[in-house]
Design a protein around this ligand. Structure first.
Ligand code: IMP
Ligand code: MG
Length: 187
């Protein structure tokens, strides 16, 4: 990563002007609430928590540590995004290592934009016959929705702007920002 300057407008990293949107403290507070909701929902029963790679890995790793149940961690890789615009197709890059048939499953996503990825994930996972499927997303852009998908738990609803940080990237960068920032200088 190149230079990083902080000024009154926010942070400039590489050639992007970033405006902090959700602080690290707010993220941690909401993550704990979601963890408590999942703990309550499953009441001590074990379940499989699926991390959707790569965007949700930071949220996921914080979330699973707030859950007071036995959790099996699974990883599912999809790619649907090229730069700032959805490519319109979802590609499987890493399949689950464990069968989910008859199991309680929690799907953990970073962000729902058009809804295409979540729709694909839901269809794909439901076809494997889980006992239940609970969907969690850290961020949701309701204004960008094009395809229907069921979401059980949303961390934050945000406006239809491109965001980075806390796992979310732009061209592979910014995933390690500890907060969510809105990109200011995109057309
Ligand atoms: P969708 O299929 O259009 O809902 O897009 C979902 C995927 O696109 C997410 O899982 C992210 O990986 C990526 N994405 C959507 N919006 C953003 C954003 O604002 N910043 C970074 N990645 C995004
Ligand atoms: Mg994602």
């Amino acid at each position: 990563m190149k230079s990083r300057q902080i000024n009154e407008k926010g942070v400039t990293m590489m050639d992007l002007q970033l405006e902090p949107l959700i602080s690290a403290e707010k993220l941690q507070t909401r993550v704990k609430e979601i963890g408590a909701e999942l703990t309550k929902k499953f009441g001590g029963k074990d379940f499989i928590a699926i991390c959707v790679l790569r965007g949700s890995f930071v949220f996921y790793s914080d979330l699973i540590r707030t859950i007071d149940s036995d959790v099996i961690c699974e990883f599912y890789g999809v790619s649907s995004y090229k730069d700032m615009k959805s490519s319109g197709e979802v590609k499987l890059t890493l399949d689950l290592a464990t069968p989910i048939q008859g199991k309680d499953v929690v799907l953990v996503e970073d962000i729902i934009d058009s809804g295409l990825t979540m729709n694909y994930l839901q269809q794909n996972l439901l076809a494997r016959g889980p006992k239940s499927l609970t969907t969690v997303t850290l961020l949701h852009k309701p204004a960008a929705k094009k395809v229907d998908c069921d979401i059980d738990i949303v961390g934050f609803e945000i406006s239809n702007e491109f965001v980075v940080g806390y796992g979310l990237d732009y061209q592979g960068f910014y995933r390690n920002l500890p907060y969510i920032a809105q990109v200011q200088n995109f057309n």
